[in-house]
Design a protein. Structure first.
Length: 234
């Protein structure tokens, strides 16, 4: 539900039909994940003996968190078409979480990081929606290019087809997952008392890459079954 809500909130869907397909994929995700994981364990001779004896193999071959990323990430090109607000938000987060705390006293570091998270979100909201509020100054006059830079429709369409193609989608999302596996589990984020509860644990890159690629492939199969269309190359 959180992943689906995130996809809807950040604009990672373009149409109502696309929203329905993504919801259908999330509904199927858990049973397909469990069935696939069971099948993989039963295909392994050592793991099969453990399963049939009533114990659970301790080796983690797949992660549901990163499988679900495979579904969410296929829609991110739609979300980042308004590129400027994303750049502004992440610039604030980069400085406030990873750079500024290095020169601050340990006493003030947690507060500075939380302030950076709040400020980054405020920059994104103001740059994206501030123009619709009449009593606020135009975002472009305050934030400059951060509020105005956007990708062209052609570029967005190409990136979307790239992420949703059989040939490039799974490896591209797998690489993105590995990058997020290292960024979201950095100690600068893990030491925040509230934020760390929402972050994934660091898994091995092999598990992350395999899970994200599997999730992307699964989603593309759902899309093909629902629409009758398969994108091989962007």
């Amino acid at each position: 539900m959180l992943d689906f809500s995130t996809a809807a909130a950040v604009g990672a869907v373009a149409t109502t039909a696309g929203l329905q397909i993504r919801l259908f994929a999330y509904v199927l995700l858990v049973p397909v994940f469990l069935l696939t994981r069971l099948t993989v364990h039963l295909a392994h001779p050592v793991h099969r003996a453990q399963v049939l004896s009533g114990s659970c193999p301790t080796t983690e071959l797949m992660s549901l968190d990163w499988v679900s990323l495979g579904i969410l990430a296929t829609g991110l090109p739609l979300a980042i078409q308004n590129f400027g607000p994303w750049v502004g938000m992440n610039a604030v987060l980069l400085v406030g979480i990873f750079v500024l705390p290095r020169i601050l006293s340990p006493r003030y570091r947690p507060g500075a990081k939380l302030l950076a998270i709040a400020a980054g979100g405020a920059v994104f909201i103001y740059a994206t929606y501030g123009g619709a509020i009449s009593f606020l100054p135009a975002p472009a006059s305050v934030l400059g290019p951060v509020a105005t830079v956007s990708l062209t429709d052609m570029t967005t369409e190409w990136l979307f087809r790239l992420a949703n193609s059989i040939a490039f989608g799974p490896p591209l999302v797998a690489a993105f997952g590995v990058a997020m596996n290292h960024i979201l589990t950095r100690p600068e984020l893990r030491d925040l008392p509230v934020i760390r509860r929402t972050l994934p644990h660091r898994d091995s890159d092999q598990v992350v890459a395999a899970s994200a690629a599997f999730g992307t492939t699964f989603y593309l199969i759902v899309v093909a079954a629902a629409t009758g269309e398969v994108v091989l190359l962007p």
